[in-house]
Design a protein around this ligand. Structure first.
Ligand code: DC
Length: 228
């Protein structure tokens, strides 16, 4: 093994239920859950507030040097802090979803976030979800899962999440946003979303949360047994 800690990478398109599985897994195994998408969303909050010109490298670099992101584990849910401010709710809003793919496609943004993510994996056993965790952030991860679900199932899930949070959106807007992000996430130059060769595919269109957790736990146990 290239590293001491057990690292589980969960990648896939937006709204495939990655975070739900990752959270349940981390809880069950007593690992730390890291939502890498939340980090790109927090950067997007900062960039929008400070009206950063995404085409201006100097502005982007200066902004990144001023951004500090922390995760605070809580009994209810993990909080994400942007320079000490809790932005957990703001990062889920539609205007952030509408801008996050453009921000996360910037090379300097990725370099900064990937470095922070790798740092987190050095000290703890973790479950990290995202787009490039098994390919770029932790190519040596102990277990890699690539999640998929049908576009209809994904849009319905994200719509339910947004409306539950009080966001007034239409299902068509949600579908359009997902399609737009899929396109940018998988065609960008800097570590695009793709399935790692050694990733195990989990299509959860027809699976409940318990079934998904059981599937991944079985894979974790297989890997742990092989490693001992
Ligand atoms: O998982 P999410 O929808 O919260 O992610 C938000 C955006 O961040 C998504 O459009 C793509 C980007 N992202 C990324 O580029 N790399 C990651 N490891 C995680 C997310």
């Amino acid at each position: 093994m290239a590293h001491q800690n057990f690292i589980i990478a969960i990648d896939g398109f937006s709204s495939c239920g990655k975070s739900t599985v990752a959270k349940a897994l981390a809880k069950n195994l007593n690992f730390v859950f890291v939502d890498s998408g939340a980090m790109y969303r927090a950067v997007t909050v900062y960039f929008l507030r400070h009206e950063i010109d995404l085409t201006n490298n100097e502005q982007v670099e200066t902004a990144l040097a001023n951004i500090h992101i922390d995760f605070v584990p809580n009994t209810e849910k993990t909080q994400i802090l942007l320079n000490g401010e809790d932005v957990s709710d703001e990062i889920r809003q539609m205007y952030i979803s509408d801008n996050v793919s453009e921000v996360s496609a910037i090379k300097a943004v990725r370099t900064a976030m990937v470095a922070q993510q790798q740092q987190l994996g050095k000290v703890k056993n973790i479950v990290m979800d995202g787009r490039d965790i098994g390919t770029t952030v932790f190519p040596d991860a102990d277990l890699k899962i690539f999640m998929t679900a049908s576009p209809e199932v994904r849009a319905t899930r994200r719509y339910a999440e947004l409306t539950a949070n009080g966001d007034r959106v239409s299902i068509e807007d949600v579908k359009a946003n997902l399609a737009h992000r899929d396109h940018i996430d998988s065609t960008r130059e800097e570590s695009p979303l793709r399935q790692a060769e050694d990733a195990i595919v989990l299509d959860n269109s027809e699976l409940c949360q318990e079934e998904q957790l059981a599937f991944v736990l079985a894979k974790v146990h297989e890997k742990q047994n092989n490693l001992i």
